[in-house]
Design a protein around this ligand. Structure first.
Ligand SMILES: Cc1ncc(COP(=O)(O)O)c(C=O)c1O
Length: 493
């Protein structure tokens, strides 16, 4: 793959070219403003250039399993390029690793790898994960791989946890030595944005003859990754999974990069067309080359090509440039939020002890997370996520002290049954397109909400499903979007 010359000056051009940056909604006070999108940890907006190029590619679209016509040749080469592009993006040596695309995001990739690792070393029945994992990097291992142990996090004087504890990891690696099949850890938390030292973790895992799988759902878009080529090869990563829809391409598939020798040692988890050399009535012969061997069925070709385009563009800007730019944004947002004594930020906030990327989760004191998120949307046009972000054990750990204080008069059963309603946070998350003016909007909104808590609270009620709903303002009246309405208006014969 040809080496890319980085052009940091591309950043500002690309930053302004995302689809949906100028989407306007009408707010509860009747004003119309552009949306401030602070929900990139859930899904990012679409990079304009990747969208344009995939649209151009569609002129040539064909099935990559067809062989001889012009379009099939173009599709096949571009689809192959997408794989090579991912390997290069993640610094994974193509001699050692392969890349394949999977169904629905990171979740599909991790489920797949959990089964792969189980079959690769069936006599090893323990998987080590951390307490900060998204459910998608916890439940697949519980279901497919055996006994899951949750490694603790570092505790800081602030009372808030930081990264994975290397001490507790090593204790568990020793305790279960000979039984640990692999360590599965997130590169960056989707709740706090805290960055784990993945290469130190890999080194420890390998020291105890264990493989390492990185959940890269939040990592790929935010920081440079180098899976292989470390002078100490124990620091290499065995497998890495991420999601196209969190890497600026909604509609892109999930991505798995894994050591080929692991995949070659077992029969692929998924079988069907495309991955077999020959099929007879009583047996079949599987291809021994990649990615075909791991990609049964017709893949999401446009999605993969759009994703490869987006990451090529990010590589052209330089992932270290992107990381620095976003680090400044997140750190500034966090410092400004901390100036408001009414805002509680979860996870260690001292950036000298713990670095962050992408996300900040918080609450406004004495205000339900659902109410804060609803007000941010309805009055400030700021899109954030709330609740537990598919990381229940982690959120519970982060929030436990505040929660117990708030419910000191409830019984244990009442706390347990109300847990879903009581526990939760608001998450502001950032992408390539967010700038300091978005941070400013968030800070101003939070300051305003904490000043006018009562006034805002009186405008809402809780509906039967437990959601905060405005007493008079209805989204459907003001901001509707319906494909069928558009079809009704435009498809007139
Ligand atoms: C850290 C982490 N892992 C896994 C996932 C699951 O990703 P997907 O929804 O693309 O399957 C997410 C999604 O938010 C995540 O943040």
């Amino acid at each position: 793959m040809k080496t890319i010359k980085t052009q940091p000056s591309l950043l500002s051009k690309i930053q302004n070219d995302f689809i949906g940056l100028d989407t306007v909604y009408t707010l509860a006070d009747g004003s119309k403003t552009p949306r401030v999108y602070l929900d990139s940890t859930a899904s990012t907006l679409m990079m304009g250039k990747a969208y344009d190029l995939v649209e151009k590619f569609l002129d040539h679209y064909a099935n990559s399993h067809s062989l001889l016509h012009f379009s099939a040749k173009i599709s096949t080469t571009q689809y192959q390029w997408a794989h090579d592009r991912v390997l290069s993006f993640l610094g994974a040596d193509p001699e050692i690793y392969t890349c394949f695309f999977t169904g629905s995001g990171t979740t599909a990739g991790i489920n797949r790898l959990a089964r792969v690792f189980r079959d690769y070393q069936p006599d090893k029945d323990v998987v080590l994960v951390s307490v900060m994992e998204h459910h998608s990097n916890d439940l697949p291992h519980r279901k497919h791989s055996g006994k899951v142990i949750h490694v603790k996090l570092d505790n800081h004087e602030s009372g808030q946890p930081g990264c994975l504890s290397l001490t507790d990891l090593e204790l568990n690696l020793k305790k279960y030595h000979g039984r640990v099949n692999y360590v599965a850890i997130t590169g960056i938390s989707n709740v706090t944005g805290i960055i784990n030292p993945i290469h130190d973790i890999a080194e420890l895992a390998h020291k105890y003859d264990t493989n390492i799988l990185i959940d890269g759902a939040q990592t790929a878009a935010h920081m440079p990754v180098k899976m292989s080529g470390h002078s100490n090869s124990d620091r290499n990563i065995d497998a890495f999974v991420f999601s196209g829809h969190k890497t600026y391409v909604p509609g892109a598939p999930g991505v798995v990069v894994c050591r080929k020798d692991i995949l070659l040692a077992i029969e692929p988890e998924e079988v069907g067309g495309g991955m077999v050399e020959n099929v007879f009535i009583d047996h079949y012969e599987i291809k021994n080359y990649f990615p075909d061997r791991e990609e049964a069925g017709t893949p999401n070709i446009p999605g993969a090509i759009a994703l490869a385009t987006a990451i090529e563009i990010m590589d052209r800007i330089g992932m270290d440039v992107i990381y620095k730019e976003e680090e400044e944004l997140v750190n500034t947002a966090m410092l400004r939020m901390l100036e408001n004594p009414d805002v509680i930020i979860y996870g260690e906030t001292d950036v000298c002890k713990c670095t962050r990327a992408g996300s900040i989760s918080f609450n406004i004191k004495d205000m339900h997370h659902g109410l804060t998120a609803a007000i941010l949307n309805d009055y400030f046009n700021i899109a954030v996520r709330n609740e537990c972000f598919c990381a229940h054990p982690y959120v519970k750990e982060l929030i436990l002290d505040d929660m117990l204080e708030a419910v000191s008069d409830l019984t244990d059963e009442e706390i347990e049954s109300n847990y879903k309603l009581l526990a939760g946070m608001v998450r502001a998350s950032f992408g390539l397109y967010n700038k300091m003016n978005n941070v400013e909007s968030l800070i101003n909104a939070l300051n305003e909400i904490s000043k006018r808590k009562k006034e805002f609270s009186n405008k809402y009620h809780v509906d039967k499903t437990g959601n905060y709903v405005h007493n008079t303002f209805k989204m459907e009246d003001e901001n509707s979007f319906s494909i069928t309405d558009i079809l009704d208006k435009t498809l007139i014969i």
